[in-house]
Design a protein around this ligand. Sequence first.
Ligand SMILES: CC(C)(COP(=O)(O)OP(=O)(O)OC[C@H]1O[C@@H](n2cnc3c(N)ncnc32)[C@H](O)[C@@H]1OP(=O)(O)O)[C@@H](O)C(=O)NCCC(=O)NCCS
Length: 161
Amino acid sequence: MKIRRLDPENYPKVSALLAQAFPGSRLEAQLVDNLHQKNRVMHEWVCLHVNSVIAYIAFTNAYEGSTVCGLHLAPLAVKPDFQRQGIGSELLRFALRQEVIADSPVFVLGNPKFYRKFGFVSCATPTCPFDQKNAHFLGLRNVTARAFVVGYEPEFTLGKR
Ligand SMILES: CC(C)(COP(=O)(O)OP(=O)(O)OC[C@H]1O[C@@H](n2cnc3c(N)ncnc32)[C@H](O)[C@@H]1OP(=O)(O)O)[C@@H](O)C(=O)NCCC(=O)NCCS
């Protein structure tokens, strides 16, 4: 298994993987397709096994008003046949070590049980616009004390309507 930056030629394979990993929802695949189409700033890696993409991780900018205040981790997905074998954890650990990620606060809306293993902690502020009580919103290297609602790229909001 190799971890590589996502090459645009693999965009269709990533869409297919997201549709498989989130069964019954096209939202995640649509979100990533839309972000690519709009050329948003993204940091993306994939796990390649033989010639197929078996896992994917993406980061996009997080905003306080119009200022970038960190990165959002979303989505992380592993192909169903390869889940629960440590691949998601390995890809996440790899990504968090990369310079472009390691220098920045990272936010994630996800299962706290999973993300705490990687150093993420519950976040009092900022608050997440997609999580009423911020119960599933976590931060890594987040030291902000100001109360504000964190911003996402507009494509995230389109998916939630
Ligand atoms: C969540 C996900 C990325 C984890 O990757 P993975 O390679 O399967 O996970 P790992 O083998 O590295 O780690 C296993 C841990 O992941 C979590 N996990 C994996 N699958 C899970 C599931 N279906 N439900 C809840 N937690 C799950 C558990 O905490 C598990 O730990 P445990 O086995 O001790 O209970 C992957 O299962 C996946 O793509 N799931 C579907 C998409 C999704 O829900 N993504 C959420 C992030 S946006």
